[in-house]
Ligand binder design. Structure first.
Ligand code: ATP
Ligand code: ZN
Length: 312
């Protein structure tokens, strides 16, 4: 949840921001912490943590990590304390909208596949909601006042925004607001509080923010290498290696049913001339229904395997 805590002083210790190394700020603990850590780890960035756990020295590349609260990440990147930061697009956007400077405080270098959620408006489940106009003259509690205000302005609505630091979903029951604008992923929390989701204001995933302070040529080369690895790692997450047996006459139609596959390899099968083996890397999720369709088209012995690494 965003708030205005001052930047931890530890981050200003100079060796935490070595000009000859890249600094990436990631969430210390919370919903994005493990995925951020593991993404960078799988890209070959292995770090030694400082005793206080706030700093990670990259042993394998000139790249260090700062482990901080997610709310502090946009400010760290905007102020140049970190060259990059991994944070929810929701938190980045809220910060950017609050910035008074006309220059964008950072850019989004990459969208990641984890941390998916949405910022939604919810009202009591018995409210008769007909559309955004139902929000006119209401009081909306949120930790995202700027994104919520932008939504209200877009719809020409005159609603009051109550900015809370947390526990937003309690506000309607406490009588301090009529509606809320809050982060939703499954909707379970809303239901538990007898609220219903009526508008999605924004969709979010984790993103990599980049500071507007330029990197030296050497560090930009390091960053490029790291982002290539990030791309490959994200692609690998979705990719599967599929092997199957197919009737010779159905190879083309079966190949077309493989999701996101390029030219498959066709290999002979020992002891038979009317069936062949097909191997392909599928760059999209391979679902049960894909397998069922392959089987209906004549495929058998279908194996789907994870891909460990990929360099294209
Ligand atoms: P911190 O202690 O670092 O301030 P926090 O409690 O503010 O953490 P988390 O709950 O860890 O934040 O959420 C971090 C981000 O995870 C959110 O800003 C959002 O982008 C994403 N996210 C994904 N699903 C959810 C969810 N169900 N509820 C809240 N955030 C979610
Ligand atoms: Zn937070």
């Amino acid at each position: 949840m965003p708030n205005s805590t001052p930047l931890p002083k530890t981050a200003r210790v100079t060796n935490y921001n070595d000009p000859d190394r890249i600094t990436i700020a990631i969430q210390k603990s919370g919903r994005l912490a493990d995925s951020s850590r593991s993404l960078l780890d799988r890209c070959g960035l292995h770090v030694t943590r400082s005793k206080d756990g706030l700093f990670g020295y990259g042993e394998s590349m000139p790249v260090d990590l700062l482990f901080i609260r997610d709310d502090d990440i946009p400010a760290f990147v905007a102020d140049g304390h970190a060259d990059f930061g991994i944070v929810g697009r929701n938190v980045a956007e809220e910060f950017a909208l609050s910035a008074t400077d006309s220059r964008p405080p950072f850019s989004v270098r990459k969208s990641l596949s984890f941390g998916a959620c949405r910022l939604s408006i919810a009202v009591g489940e018995d409210v008769d909601y007909v559309g955004p106009s139902s929000l006119d003259n209401l009081r909306i509690a949120t930790t995202y006042p700027n994104i919520t205000r932008r939504f209200l302005e877009l719809h020409n609505l005159d609603a009051d925004i109550a900015t809370l630091a947390g526990s937003v979903e309690l506000a309607p029951r406490l009588g301090s607001a009529d509606a809320i604008a809050d982060i939703v992923s499954t909707g379970r929390t809303l239901r538990a509080h007898h609220l219903k989701e009526v508008e999605v204001i924004m969709r979010s995933t984790a993103v990599v923010l980049q500071s507007s302070e330029p990197l030296t040529d050497d560090l930009e080369a390091v960053a490029k290498r790291l982002f290539l690895r990030i791309d490959s790692t994200l692609r690998v997450d979705e990719s599967k290696y599929v092997m199957l047996h197919a009737p010779v006459g159905a190879v083309d139609s079966i190949a077309e049913l493989l999701p996101g596959a390029e030219q498959p390899s066709v290999l002979p099968l020992a002891g038979t001339s009317d069936r062949v083996a097909l191997h392909a890397v599928c760059r999209e999720a391979v679902l049960w229904e894909h397998l069922e369709n392959l089987k209906s088209a004549g495929a058998s012995a279908i194996l789907v395997m994870p891909v460990e690494r990929m360099l294209l």
